[in-house]
Design a protein around this ligand. Structure first.
Ligand SMILES: [Zn+2]
Length: 356
């Protein structure tokens, strides 16, 4: 994600009280010990990698049958996220990015999918030297003439520049970068079992955040992809687009985003409705459109004119900091988003006629 335009900040007040008696101090200490024990146990539980941390949800029998069909695996999804992060930073044009592409080629090469790269050069924002960008496109049912595009960015920001200090520290991008990649790697296992309404393309955008300082251009990959789709119409049409970003937050909370509702209201409501049916309560319908995010869905909507929504958790506390690492992420969260998307892909409604 590049930027949240509007966000509320909740402030938690610390409790103060009048001076207590000795007896109540003792009782207070006991309460504190119990409280600390609960907090420590809770923290240990939270630290388990890939653990489902949220309350168990009750699933309707119909949804359960279909959930079984897909068997989205939180542990495997988390392992993919770790595997990508172990490469280190994946900044556009670097060895880390090349290594990631190798891993993804190997991974998606196991499945019955067509893989191609969409390459172009941009001037490096600092040196002016050309940087080779590569959007990666993995196509399922490549012959289908009507398609859905699921996209994420797979480059990482050059620095953890929202750190309070050390603003030039290494940025790993577990949630902001690897989460979308890991989600699609896990979804690949289920694409053969899927009877989708449309052909499906997974698109990995390069150059979403080749940003060294304010004013540097971003959305490079999505902009190139969108202009190419507009200017060189392929032999197929994208009926819908879904962008995912920051979908591995341990405390997953996905609101309906303002630009998604503006450009793709039916699609957005349909996906949230699917989540509701599956009891994936992390897709919240409260206060729709309260947050506006600038992300790769803007070029997809505005240039390519593909109605596209952004599935994004934009209250991740470690955004653009050194703490955006796998232990801040959850395989359970990835699996929930994966289930919603797989079920939705089987039931994508025909789009309403559009006003051009
Ligand atoms: Zn970012």
């Amino acid at each position: 994600m590049f930027r949240v335009v509007f966000q509320t900040i909740s402030v938690v007040s610390t409790e103060t009280s009048d001076r207590p008696s000795v007896a109540s101090q003792r009782a207070g200490k006991t309460r504190h010990i119990i409280l600390y024990a609960i907090i420590i146990l809770g923290a240990v539980f939270f630290m388990l990698p890939g653990t489902e941390y949220s309350a168990t949800t009750i699933t309707s029998p119909a949804a359960e049958t279909r959930a079984e069909k897909f068997r989205v695996d939180p542990r495997r999804a988390y392992d993919y996220l770790v595997k990508i992060c172990r490469i280190g930073p994946r900044i556009s044009g670097t060895n880390g990015m090349a290594e990631q592409q190798k891993v993804l080629l190997e991974h998606f090469g196991q499945f019955d999918a067509r893989i191609r790269f969409q390459s172009f050069d941009v001037a490096h924002p600092q040196t002016g030297q050309p940087v080779r960008m590569n959007n990666m496109i993995v196509s399922w049912h490549p012959d289908a003439k009507q398609r859905v595009v699921l996209a994420c960015h797979y480059d990482t920001r050059p620095y953890a520049d929202r750190n309070l200090i050390h603003k030039r520290a290494t940025f790993i991008g577990a949630n902001d970068g690897a989460s979308g990649v890991a989600l699609f790697m896990e979804m690949a296992h289920h694409m053969q079992n899927l009877s989708p309404t449309y052909g499906v393309d997974f698109v990995f955008f390069d150059g979403e955040e080749l940003v060294y300082q304010p004013g540097d251009k971003y959305f490079l990959g999505s902009e190139y992809f969108s202009k190419d789709y507009r200017d060189n119409p392929p032999g197929y049409q994208y009926v819908y687009g879904v962008l995912v970003d920051m979908v591995a937050d341990r405390r997953l909370n996905i609101n309906m985003e303002k630009n998604s509702l503006k450009y793709a209201p039916e699609l957005t409501r349909d996906i949230w409705q699917k989540a509701k049916e599956l009891r994936v309560d992390e897709f919240t319908m409260s206060r729709p459109g309260r947050f506006e995010v600038q992300d790769d869905h803007l070029p997809m909507n505005e240039i390519a004119r593909i109605p596209t929504c952004d599935i994004i958790d934009f209250d991740y506390p470690y955004w653009h900091t050194s703490k955006d690492v796998p232990s801040s992420c959850s395989g359970g969260s990835l699996a929930k988003v994966g289930r919603v998307l797989l079920h939705w892909l089987e039931d994508v409604p025909a789009p309403q006629p559009r006003n051009q």
